[in-house]
Design a protein around this ligand. Sequence first.
Ligand code: GLY
Length: 353
Amino acid sequence: MSDLLSRRVFLTSTAVGVAATRARDIAFPMRPARPLPPASRWASKPVAVASANGLRAVQKAFDMLMQGADTLDAAIEGVKIQELDPNDDSVGYGGLPNADGVVQLDASCMHGPTKRAGAVGALEGIKTPSEVAKLVLKYTNHIFLVGEGAKRFALQYGFKEEDLLTAHAREVWLHWRANLNPDDDYLDVPEAERMSTRPTGTINCDVVTPQGDISSVTTTSGLAFKIPGRVGDSPIIGAGQYTDNAIGAAGSTGRGESNIKVCGGFLTVEFMRRGMKPTDACLETLKRVVQLTEPRLLGPDGRPPFSLNFYAVNKRGEFGAASLYPGRFAAHDGAEAKLRDTAFLYERPAASR
Ligand code: GLY
């Protein structure tokens, strides 16, 4: 962040004890932290829910909620932990690259109280795309910036351009490329070192404040070794995540192409609008995914062999998650941050063709 922006952040944060100190730490807060009303006047049960890689994210987001932080600020600061972690090769810095060996990142977010949305796609060289998506939401009349324009936008706000390809991610990519075609001029690497699947890791985080304000964010490096320029579901508002402050929020991780076709974030919130609990809404969205899966992607038993997960919270602070096959998700329910089992459609992965 530039000095100019540091000063601006400092000036936009008012001093209200610990909460303000934390708000000042945030580069571009939606609002300064405010003291919470007494618990007897809380409208909702505060909660933070995330994909299984988000245990630290839900702890961070929940701590910030308890300091009176804004709902989106809490969610973004949570997922930034994974974006900045070189050991999470599905998100931000250290994410697995595209087929050309270039890390291209996608992210989107929605802020319930202001009904705003922001997203970036195929962003290169910036470690925290979720933050850039928040800046699109906060400072522009647009919703979605991609590629070079998204990068220039981030640089204008003081973000630093960095090489996002870690030594580990480069090695995994080189192995993938060597084994891609037995007839090319790259010698295959030993069988034991082959990658059997192409990961589509991601982090989604959905947050409800004690006042009942809701936000969601999803951020990813997308499908490993993707065709350059491919964006998945994560940066697509209504697919990778969706928030309606009157109802709830939902988001997804897993095979993005299958989620995009059902607008899964939006659909899950719509199911909750019709009265479903978060877990049931996630399961219903997965059933729609199965209905809309093209035959070439189904196993012999009619099941999709890929991975797809949905996470949801409602206005009351109830939450849940569901996946095609048994999985885990992270949640802070007010008592503790821990991993829990997802509901699921199928006991075990379909046999592959
Ligand atoms: N869900 C992440 C992706 O498909 O890119």
